[in-house]
Write a protein that binds this ligand. Structure first.
Ligand code: NDP
Length: 305
């Protein structure tokens, strides 16, 4: 048995959702404003359907107005842009989320940049990316997954990460890069590793904080982990699990694993996130927190911390 603290994202997200629900009640009773979240999905990708469904459900739980636009796979870019434009103008909507990926006939970048930056609760608009990169993160909507990772890291290590080495494996725009900005803003010394990095295990083994956002099942084994490191696993990978038997159609059952070989890494880590039940639920919690913040801003107030 390892001594590592398990960072329970499900419980932590629950506490965020409870706070958001309470603050929603206050905002509504004092100003009459109800936070509104619109989620837009194009096509019928099963994973995207599940994500969008749970986002809409959580929004309702928080007491938000929750709007879902489900559009067919062959929706044109112009039609999607029109919906985004309508939502931008709708005062009852404070957060707009367009579920990615979009079908190939639609330019994702164009759609994201069409969202009003003040309603961009995913934090992907260039204005929000720029705010975060220039250290104006108080004004920015920060992408939900790295924001959730940061909450868990702060729970263990506190707000000031001065003197600590952080290594992020993965340099995507939605996870790796904003994660690096957040850790840098908290005074960590930050390295981003990726597919072209040499001696990656040795680079990671220098990390007091190790964030894996790669998309490779259980790549991060014990040799990547420094004794006493805080390990955050963003990866969600579905792998065959023959030990669970077969489905009714004869196919092998599957299970979810992260980018970290959990048991292995937990032997050395001080704290570690599980998969499932770690970063995943935090992402949704932070989406609710961002939407609440947007509604408070619309009311001319600061959202409670
Ligand atoms: P991307 O595919 O956009 O990026 C993956 C990154 O990993 C790239 O920068 C890539 O490097 C790097 N990489 C790939 N292979 C290796 C390797 N062998 N060694 C080192 N680096 C490598 O993925 P995302 O950032 O979107 O997602 C990462 C993971 O996180 C996925 O499993 C995804 O499902 C999960 N995820 C989970 C979320 C949650 O809520 N928990 C939310 C978002 C994502 P290069 O740039 O050089 O190609």
């Amino acid at each position: 048995m390892s001594d590592a603290t398990v960072m329970d994202g499900k419980a932590r997200s629950r506490s965020i959702i409870d706070q958001v629900t309470e603050a929603t009640r206050t905002l509504k009773s004092e100003t009459g404003i109800q936070p509104g979240l619109a989620v837009v999905i194009v096509g019928s990708d099963p994973a995207s359907q599940v994500y969008v469904g749970s986002k809409a459900k959580r929004a309702e739980e928080c007491g938000f107005k929750s709007v879902k636009h489900e559009l067919p796979e062959d929706t044109s870019e112009a039609d999607l842009l029109k919906i985004v434009d309508d939502l931008n103008r709708d005062d009852s909507i404070h957060g707009i989320l367009v579920q990615l990926p979009l079908p190939k006939q639609i330019d994702e970048g164009k759609v994201i940049q069409a969202i009003d930056a003040d309603k961009d609760v995913d934090g992907f608009h260039l204005i929000n990316v720029g705010r975060l990169a220039t250290g104006a993160s108080e004004d920015a909507f920060v992408p939900c997954t790295p924001a959730g990772c940061m909450v868990m890291i702060r729970d263990v290590l506190g707000d000031d990460l001065s003197g600590l080495n952080a290594v992020i494996v993965g340099r995507s725009n939605i996870v790796g890069k904003p994660m690096a900005q957040l850790l840098l803003a908290a005074n960590a010394t930050v390295t981003i590793a990726h597919s072209r990095t040499k001696n990656i295990a040795a680079v990671c083994a220098n990390a007091d904080i190790l964030v894996a956002a790669v998309g490779r099942p259980e790549m991060i084994t014990a040799e990547y982990v420094k004794d006493g490191a805080v390990v955050v696993d963003v990866g969600i990978n579905r792998i065959d699990a023959p030990e669970k038997g077969t489905n009714a159609d004869g196919s092998v059952k599957s299970r979810l694993v992260g980018d970290v070989a959990y048991e292995d890494a937990a032997e050395k880590a001080r704290a570690i996130t599980p998969v499932p039940g770690g970063v995943g639920p935090m992402t949704i919690g932070m989406l609710m927190a961002n939407t609440l913040r947007s509604a408070y801003r619309a009311a001319g107030r600061d959202a409670p911390k």
